[in-house]
Each structure stands twice: as structure tokens, then as C-alpha cells.
Design a protein around this ligand. Structure first.
Ligand SMILES: O=P(O)(O)OC[C@@]1(O)O[C@H](CO)[C@@H](O)[C@@H]1O
Ligand SMILES: [Mn+2]
Length: 430
């Protein structure tokens, strides 16, 4: 199949350009500023003097910011993480294929943006005292604490729904769509698109559903539901995206799936290290459960306790795989992570959350808006899947002819402001 070209900052009309020109330098500057501003608090967390390592992380992020702004070439990683070899081998392959190393305003956006976050991790990997430090930790914690009100609302609704569907299974389809769409719109709360600026969910996520319904450009929720109800589904996977309210919405969706008998084991996939500012690491996941347990609210404390048990009794399985923080799109998973691909093949349905997952599912290529979602997955069919994504980048497929112009007339930034969402399902398996 002839593939379209990748999105790149070489195209000044793509969102890649303002992302690399403005947004990534802002994210890097915010790291340096936050670490400097909170230096005493950070150092107090370590017994040994972390001053030099803190200075080195700040210096590395500032140097990287300059590299982005002056369009330097990508250089090999120099830490000893397990994935370093794959990253450096790929860099060499691309350099030989293209005749020169990748650079910020020339090369594919997906590679360069992933490379930036891996370079940030390199600055931490080189440390001894601060080796586990999360440069985005403060921002992620704040996005959670700012979202306690909607968290209580959704979890109360979940508790009430669980009671109702026990008595009347006919309520399951409607309830499924409520939790699926709360999960979709939870993706608006992403600190990468906001450059780290506060964008926690502060209003009731249930009240906004009706208002946002017209902003769902493609809604395959019935396809996903019918698939889940058409057989005895055992394993359902959720490839997580952002910490904060989005994670809460994902966990409520996961709990609903089990309560409604739509699955019996939920695999939850988190990131191996801090990624795209707000993506969930295992540490974020466990911190969130621990914080939920401290909230004095009947539904919240009920689920915090239950969810810790689920991790112990394996009805929820939290997994981390390095592939999710490599620069490859998902058509390359079978090559670079056959173990992960084979594991996902055992799933009855994989839910992918968020814009970066959507971009990786479609190769971050410049597909026409009317291209078929199934075709654009180009070779990635491990199991039936459904992606829940608010649009924050130029790639979007599956629209009828002319629909893009209609939406653009309503909202010129419709592709990148997170106000429009898609629920795309594909049941094809290879
Ligand atoms: O995957 P998420 O959290 O929904 O979105 C992350 C993200 O918005 O950051 C990039 C811009 O820096 C986007 O293209 C990318 O999708
Ligand atoms: Mn994210």
C-alpha cells in the first residue's frame, strides 16, 4: 500500500510546526523553571546532596531546548537504559537511509517529539540519587488534586449505576456509553497540549456529556458494545494516556466493564517513564490509588479500596512495556515488540486512549480525512480495538466527504484544540 508522507515540522501548515517551534521549548523551559523554583523541596526528598544532579537535569533540559530551537540533529543516547540500544540503532538506520541525521524541523514529528521525551529521561537516567525523579511529577499531582470534585461526581455515579444494573441489565447499553464518553472527554485533560498549563477537569463530566455529544465526529460506541455483548469476553485491555482526571475516568470505565459483565480481567498499560508531560507511569497509578484512599467520600473510598484489591486479585493487571515509549508507530509493534503484540492478540478488545495513541495507530501520516480508519491501521490488527481520542493533531480519518470543511467553518482549530473527539472501532484481526 502506498503510504502518505509523515507529519513533520517541515510543513509550516501542520500542527507539528508550532509544536516544535513553540510548544516543546515551552515544555522544556517549564521543566527547568519548576525544578529551579522547587529546588529546596526536591533536595529535601533525598538523604544525599542532590544539588549537582538537579543542576545537571536543569542544564540538560536547557541545552535540549536550545537544540530544538536551533534545529540541531538528533544525537545518540548516552545512558544505560534497556531501550538505549534500540533508540540508537534506529537513529543510525534513519541517518543512513536519509543521508543525514534526523533534525527538528525536517524529520517526522512523531520521531522528534518522542525523541525529546526520551532525551529528558536520559538526563534523569544519568543520575544516581535522582534516578527515579519525575520532572513532570508536580504538574501531574496538581492535575489530580484540581480534579477531586469531578472525580467524586463520576465515582458516585458509578456506585449508583452498579446498583441499578444489578437489578436491570437493560440499563447496561446506555450506561456503557456514558462511561465510554466520560472516558473520551477525560482526554481533554492533557498537560502536553496545554504546555503544562493547568487544564484539570473542574466541572461535572456528566453534565457536559449532552453538550459535547455533537462534538463526537465519529461514534462507533455501538460497534464496541455489540462486540463486547456478542460473546463471553474475558480480557479487555486499556492503553492508558494521561494521569489526573483522565486516569480516573479510565478506572471508572474499567470498573464499569467488570460490573456489567462485559469482561472479567482488565489489563491496564502504563508508561515506563515520564512521557508527554502527563502520561501515566506505574508510580502515578499507585500514587493516584493512594490519594483516592485519603479522600473522605463514600464512593471514592469504596472504589479506592476495591481497586487496590483488584490489583492484588488480578482482576486488574497493571503492565508496563518499553514499546509504549519508543518512537515507533503501532504497525511496527510486531517487529519491535513481538511479545507485546502476541499478548495483545489474546485480548477481546483493546481500548486506546488519547491523541498520541491515535497518531501511532495511524502512523502519524497525512491521510486524507475520508480515508478508512481500518485501512489506515495498515497492518496493526492484533485484536478488535477502539480508540477514544480528542483531536490535538492534524491526523484524522473516517470522515464523510466535506465534513472537515463544515467543522472548520465552525471552529478553525478543530483539529488541535481537543474540543472534538472520535470513537473509532475496528474489529478486524490479522
Ligand atoms: O496523547 P494525548 O495526551 O491525548 O496528547 C498528547 C499530545 O497532545 O501532545 C502532542 C503535542 O505536543 C500531541 O500531538 C499529542 O497528541
Ligand atoms: Mn498523553
Amino acid at each position: 500500500m502506498d503510504l502518505p508522507p509523515p507529519l513533520s515540522a517541515a510543513d509550516k501548515n501542520s500542527f507539528a510546526y508550532p509544536t516544535i517551534k513553540e510548544r516543546l521549548p515551552v515544555i522544556l523551559a517549564k521543566i527547568a523553571d519548576t525544578l529551579y523554583r522547587t529546588r529546596e523541596k526536591i533536595k529535601s526528598q533525598y538523604q544525599d546532596d542532590a544539588s549537582e544532579e538537579l543542576k545537571s537535569i536543569i542544564g540538560s533540559c536547557s541545552k535540549l531546548r536550545n537544540e530544538v530551537q536551533t534545529n540541531k540533529v538528533a544525537v545518540p543516547l548516552q545512558d544505560s537504559r534497556d531501550d538505549t540500544r534500540v533508540w540508537n540503532q534506529y537513529l543510525q538506520t534513519v541517518t543512513e537511509r536519509e543521508g543525514s541525521p534526523p533534525s527538528w524541523f525536517k524529520s517526522p514529528w512523531l520521531y522528534m517529539e518522542c525523541y525529546m521525551y526520551r532525551r529528558i529521561q536520559e538526563s534523569v537516567e544519568k543520575c544516581k540519587i535522582m534516578k527515579e525523579f519525575d520532572v513532570f511529577g508536580e504538574q501531574k499531582e496538581k492535575s489530580f488534586t484540581d480534579s477531586v470534585y469531578p472525580t467524586e461526581i463520576v465515582m458516585m455515579h458509578l456506585l449508583e449505576t452498579q446498583q441499578k444494573i444489578k437489578e436491570n441489565a437493560e440499563l447496561i447499553p446506555e450506561a456503557f456509553k456514558v462511561f465510554l464518553k466520560v472516558c473520551l472527554w477525560g482526554n481533554k485533560c492533557d498537560l502536553s497540549i496545554s504546555g503544562g498549563e493547568d487544564n484539570a477537569q473542574k466541572t461535572s463530566p456528566l453534565e457536559q456529556l449532552d453538550k459535547l455529544e455533537p462534538n463526537i465526529l465519529i461514534d462507533n460506541s455501538n460497534v464496541a458494545l455489540n462486540h463486547l455483548q456478542s460473546r463471553k469476553c474475558e480480557r479487555i485491555d486499556i492503553v492508558l494516556d494521561n494521569a489526573g482526571f483522565e486516569l480516573i475516568s479510565d478506572l471508572c470505565f474499567a470498573e464499569f466493564l467488570l460490573s456489567a459483565g462485559l469482561g472479567s480481567t482488565i489489563y491496564l498499560h502504563a508508561k515506563a517513564f515520564p512521557w508527554f508531560v502527563s502520561d501515566v507511569t506505574k508510580k502515578d497509578f499507585n500514587w493516584t490509588l493512594q490519594k483516592l484512599g485519603q479522600i473522605n467520600h463514600i464512593a471514592v473510598s469504596n472504589f479506592a479500596q476495591l481497586w487496590k484489591e483488584r490489583l492484588n486479585n488480578s482482576s486488574w493487571i497493571l503492565q508496563v512495556h518499553d514499546f509504549w515509549t519508543l518512537p515507533f508507530d503501532y504497525s511496527q509493534m510486531e517487529t519491535y515488540a513481538p511479545d507485546l503484540y502476541q499478548s495483545l492478540q489474546k485480548s477481546d478488545m483493546i481500548f486506546f486512549k488519547g491523541d498520541l495513541n491515535y497518531r501511532k495507530l495511524l502512523g502519524d501520516l497525512k491521510w486524507p480525512f475520508t480515508a478508512s480508519f481500518e485501512t489506515c491501521l495498515h497492518d496493526f490488527y492484533p485484536a478488535p480495538l477502539c480508540v477514544l481520542r480528542t483531536s490535538k493533531s492534524d491526523v484524522l480519518v473516517g470522515l464523510p466527504e466535506g465534513r472537515d470543511e463544515e467543522i472548520k467553518a465552525q471552529d478553525k482549530d478543530w483539529l488541535v484544540n481537543g474540543n472534538w473527539g472520535v470513537i473509532n472501532a475496528c474489529l478486524k484481526t490479522k
